[in-house]
Ligand binder design. Sequence first.
Ligand SMILES: O=C[C@H](O)COP(=O)(O)O
Length: 245
Amino acid sequence: MRKTLVAANWKMNGSREFAEAFFKALDLQGVSGDVAIFPPFPYLPLAASLLQNAGYERTFVGAQNVSQQAEGALTGEVSVSMLKDCGAHYVIVGHSERRSFYAESNTLVAQKFLAVKESGLVPVLCVGETLEEREASKTLDVIAAQLDAVFALAGGDCWSGAVIAYEPVWAIGTGKTATPEQAQKVHEFIRARLGAAGPQVQILYGGSVKSANAASLFEQPDIDGALVGGASLDAREFAEICRAA
Ligand SMILES: O=C[C@H](O)COP(=O)(O)O
């Protein structure tokens, strides 16, 4: 049986003061699955240390992005080894905000995925369609292309030990969640596409998840947790979502 994972993606929000208050308020009693917090880069070491001090088992920090390169003259970039140094366990690659605002292509996302995998950290690969693509009945084609680009580069056993997050772009930060049935249909498709590793891979749903809708999403057989944006900035609300998993 797969463990659940609920992940907090703070995006470009927070401060030192926010992080300290968040971890002080975060009560994970009664949570049985894995939990991960993805703060902005500068707060990773602080988050790692505050989480360690809290003493919960199976709690991790992760980064929201990474360079596909190992080192060099790449102003503003951050490598996987730096993330490891800072205590990261997971790294998000291919979030739709990176794909759309920073023009990250399927190929670049695949290179980042491979860099994370080779470093021993765990990639959280985000996939998902825009509203236009959904309305044109292209959802599954878009997701297949996003997955296939990674497989084409990383090949072989690339999915084992990785996490996938299905995030319909039209549901991110909009308050419009995919229905549990809509999400399940895509998760089932993704799992089948992962081949032999599929049954073991955690597939998260992301897009306006909150405590009020988390349980109905988590009841679906192929939804193994959530990648939470806005609602993860409230420690109590986030802990409620974790408890629902
Ligand atoms: O990474 C998280 C997703 O983009 C979802 O964000 P949201 O919960 O604010 O819709």
